[in-house]
Design a protein around this ligand. Structure first.
Ligand code: ATP
Length: 577
């Protein structure tokens, strides 16, 4: 029972009637003014419990739905008598074997449980057992455990021939918790060579598929006869002063591949959306290579000043052009013995592409205005958010350079395709931001984690990190609630819905009531808004902002000036992070 600031347990009788209300004669006596004297009645028989509202002033609801007729109570139901909330927990009862559900129904039930857990901020844990072998004897042993240990609201069943899924509403996944430890023990003593994994909503995921994937991955990492929770399944890849957090299996595989590639001298091409972590991936290759003690030189090819691209990359001699008062080594030369990270390599102009190809082939560069060739000993890791193959087909990128750079190509998935990593990264960034600000810890409310999991993250990990920096600075209490997030995130849209362009507020009005603006002006306003949003998501980096909304960079820059928008200064060369 949760009433005002206090909470307590009210055990229901094995059989009988329980009157709920403020009346002195009530069995379940409540004090809150929102509760009527004779508010509701709970009837308990050997078939279960049912609740009926007695015409109360503020009504009784179950799981957010107003009660009209008597309704059976299930473990995990959230009951509201006016403002007083009660969570129903059934005592353990043997589960008849027929409760083992088929995979579709089980996933359907999990979706409902996830929705309920998120809506009412209640815990929910899923257990996945991976059998050591597909034989029937282990299955039978597991089913016997389900028959004797599962509570009435705890659905369980087989996802496939070897994976069992057990849903535990109201369990927060702590191994010491009542309802958790003994189930783990019961399953593993029934199948001593099986592996068991758990995942909890919302900290390990806010949808059924993510939770199951997280629990399965955790089970895979457990030793035979062992148990692992998804929370322990986060890898902190330490790269000197950088730390990369990895939980998604695709990311774990990608980092394992980068480690293998690092041992070779092959150029690596990292493809992925803006802010997805391409620079971290490039740095990992450098850090794990024999060049780790040499320099790592990031070059943002999109931000090299027009007309100076070649002199920036290859250096120049004194007097090579107006303003070249001294000789200067280029970025490639300054990476001697180390690694050059050519970010946004697809933006290099054609002449620089030709010169870069030659430099990589002969391992020598010629500074602008010089005739001498200088040897270079560098490894190149390049990155792009573009489809370079398409750029080659369109004649914008040299095929020979593409083949040279893309000897080993790795694809970094966007953050929206690694939902398991969103809560984990959010917590980590928030913790770091709080430490940096010297403020107390902040917790992410379950509604907030849910909102984060529904967002589509066009700016990927960078957008998430910036958001956590913002909430650490802006939120005064100790919990980040959904209303602290920008409106575009707390609107409750799903990822799929977010793909649909929202009507602008004025378009939402009936045509007759819309303010009449000249069409050109309306288009300009829309353009201004979209460009501003894209600039925010891309941290002021114009090329990325332009790419986000599919506008050619030159048009974007021109319109920025025309519309009087203020870009923040774009980074150049090294990363400001
Ligand atoms: N898995 C991760 N763990 C921790 N931090 C991460 C992770 N992935 C990305 N980041 C952080 O997110 C930010 C953006 O990452 P990064 O600069 O590597 O992205 P990028 O793809 O190179 O971006 P761009 O295309 O804009 O150059 C950085 O601060 C980086 O440290």
């Amino acid at each position: 029972m949760l009433e005002g600031e206090s909470s307590w347990r009210f055990p229901l009788p094995a059989e009988g009637v329980v009157l709920v209300g403020r009346d002195d004669k009530a069995d379940l006596k409540l004090k809150d003014e929102s509760v009527s004297r004779r508010h509701a009645r709970i009837l308990v028989t050997d078939e279960g419990a049912r609740v009926v509202d007695l015409g109360s002033q503020n009504g009784t609801s179950i799981n957010g739905r107003q009660l009209e007729d008597a309704r059976p109570l299930l473990s995990g139901d959230v009951l509201s008598f006016g403002a007083v909330v009660a969570v129903v927990r059934a005592k353990r009862r043997p589960m008849p074997a027929r409760r083992a559900l088929d995979a579709d129904r089980l996933m359907g039930q999990l979706r409902e449980e996830v929705e309920r857990a998120l809506r009412y901020g209640r815990p929910l844990t899923v257990l996945t057992l991976a059998l050591a072998e597909q034989g029937s004897s282990e299955r039978e042993a597991v089913e016997a455990v389900l028959g004797s240990d599962a509570g009435p609201a705890e659905a369980a069943g087989w996802l496939d021939g070897e994976h069992l899924l057990w849903l535990l509403p109201e369990v927060s996944g702590d191994p010491g918790e009542e309802g958790m430890g003994e189930r783990v023990e019961a399953l593993l003593s029934a199948c001593p060579r099986a592996r068991l994994g758990s995942a909890t909503c919302p900290s390990d995921g806010c949808d059924a598929e993510t939770l199951v994937a997280a629990a399965r991955t955790a089970a895979r990492t457990a030793a035979p006869g062992g148990f692992a929770s998804a929370a322990e399944d986060i890898t902190r890849v330490s790269l000197g002063e950088r730390t990369v957090l990895v939980a998604d299996p695709a990311m774990a595989q990608l980092y394992a591949l980068l480690r293998r590639l690092a041992a070779s001298e092959l150029p690596v091409l990292v493809c992925g959306e803006t802010g997805a972590g391409k620079e971290n991936a490039a740095f990992a290759v450098h850090h794990w290579s024999r060049r780790a003690s040499g320099p790592f030189v990031p070059v943002n090819c999109a931000a090299l000043p027009e007309g100076l691209v070649e002199s920036e990359l290859f250096g120049h001699e004194r007097g090579a052009f107006t303003g070249a008062t001294t000789s200067r080594a280029g970025l490639l030369e300054s990476a001697q013995g180390g690694t050059v990270f050519l970010d946004e390599v697809g933006e290099l102009p054609a002449s620089a592409q030709a010169k870069l190809l030659r430099a990589l082939e002969v391992r020598r560069i010629t500074r602008v205005g010089d005739t001498r060739e200088r040897p270079i000993d560098i490894r190149v890791v390049a990155a792009t958010h573009r489809d370079l193959e398409a750029e080659v087909a369109a004649g914008r990128f040299r095929q020979d350079l593409y083949f040279r750079l893309g000897a080993a190509t790795v694809l970094l998935p966007p953050l929206r395709e690694r939902p398991r990593e969103v809560p984990m990264l959010a917590r980590d960034f928030l913790e770091r931001a709080c430490v940096a600000l010297g403020r107390g810890e902040l917790e992410l409310a379950s509604g907030t984690l849910h909102a984060l999991s529904r967002h589509t993250w066009p700016g990927n990990v960078r957008e998430l990190r910036n958001l956590m920096d913002y909430v650490a600075a802006a939120v005064t209490g100790d919990v980040v609630e959904p209303h602290h997030l920008p409106a575009r995130m707390s609107s409750g849209r799903t990822a799929a819905q977010a793909e649909v362009v929202e009507p602008e507020p004025e378009h939402a009005l009936a045509p007759a009531h819309r303010p009449r603006l000249p069409l050109a002006q309306e288009i300009r306003e829309l353009e201004r808004r979209r460009m501003q949003e894209a600039l925010e998501a891309a941290e002021g980096v114009q090329t990325r902002a332009a790419a986000l909304i599919g506008m050619p960079i030159r048009t974007f820059s021109f319109k920025l000036k025309q519309l009087g928008l203020q870009p923040r200064s774009a980074r150049r060369g090294t990363s400001p992070e």
